[in-house]
Design a protein around this ligand. Structure first.
Ligand code: CP
Ligand code: NVA
Length: 306
């Protein structure tokens, strides 16, 4: 495996399979209350430039359960917030820590941090990618459906960080992915280009359509995320108008496979991207999905930091 996890494209199909297998084993150990202190004496620094509930708590608890320690570092309190270069921060933190998890805006920030750090750097969300979330999503799909290859995932809504990472994951694991989004809200062009090349190897089908019901047609997994991501708060009203007709509701769910599962990385806005009766209904797996952040991240921490 590479030193860092900056995007799903840093992982091979084999790496992904390894992470899923280890996540399942770690989940079992944790549920049975058995010790698994594989990172004794190790410290993870967690830099946050945006809010977080799941990522912060699951990484901190994950390090604790692995026998290590996690430090929450708000960018407001670090010198980085006062203009200390990212490269210098990376050099210094590498002398104290065993790994860094960072949630930031630009992908270039995390790339620079990783370039100058001698320890592993993990992407806890950028504007472009959210790989830790998507590893938990793959593990959840595997748990619920027993496999990944050949399944169809429909992603409805904004072509954001979640869409980009899901695309990279699907084309690497042989899943088919249809994105249903309005004009002007497509996923990243660079991610799309690279993903199309990957489909040749795995025979995944990658499509972008404007009609959400075309995307969800016979889907095994229906996935959605917020219309305005962190940092886009000022665009909220414009986006709510642009995404009219893209809500994952009971009517749209009828076009998917009858046994389809519904996923959302959370936080969710009921009545915007997802209807309350869908996210709180029997097809929703969002709470298991959220729990699995803990198990897959522990697998990633072990692989990168042990
Ligand atoms: N899904 C997710 O990353 O949640 P948080 O923003 O709460 O970390
Ligand atoms: N697309 C969302 C994901 C939050 C976990 C955001 O970036 O705000």
């Amino acid at each position: 495996m590479k030193k860092d996890l900056l995007a799903i494209s840093d992982l091979s199909q084999k790496d992904i399979e390894k992470i899923i297998e280890r996540s399942a084993a770690l989940k079992k150990l944790q549920h049975q209350g058995k010790a698994h202190a594989t990172l004794k004496g190790k410290t993870l620094g967690m830099i946050f430039e945006k809010s977080s509930t799941r990522t912060r708590v699951s990484f901190e608890v994950g390090m604790y359960q692995l026998g290590g320690h996690a430090l929450f570092l708000s960018s407001d309190d670090l010198q980085i917030g006062r203009g200390e270069p990212v490269a210098d921060t990376a050099r210094v933190l590498s002398r104290y820590l065993d790994g860094i998890m960072i949630r930031t805006f630009a992908q270039s920030t995390i790339e620079e941090l990783a370039r100058h750090a001698t320890i592993p750097v993990i992407n806890g969300l950028t504007d472009l990618h959210h790989p830790c979330q998507v590893l938990a999503d793959l593990f959840t799909i595997r748990e619920k459906k027993g496999k990944l290859k050949g399944l169809k995932l429909a992603y409805i809504g904004d072509g954001n960080n979640m869409a980009n990472s899901l695309i990279e994951a699907c084309v690497r694991t042989g899943m088919h992915i249809s994105i249903g989004c309005p004009h002007g809200y497509e996923p990243d062009a660079g991610v799309m280009r690279e993903a199309q090349q990957e489909t040749v190897r795995t025979e995944s089908v990658l499509r972008i359509v404007n009609d959400p019901a075309k995307a969800t047609q016979d889907a095994d997994v229906v996935y959605t995320d917020v219309w305005a991501s962190m940092g886009q708060e000022a665009e909220h009203a414009v986006r709510v108008r642009a995404f009219q007709g893209y809500e994952v509701d009971a009517k749209l769910m009828k076009t998917a496979d009858a046994k389809a599962i519904v996923m959302h990385c959370l936080p969710a806005h009921r009545g915007e991207e997802i209807a309350a009766d869908v996210i709180d209904g029997p097809q929703s797996v969002v709470w298991d999905q959220a729990e699995n952040r803990l198990h897959t991240q522990k697998a990633v921490l072990e692989l990168l930091m042990k």
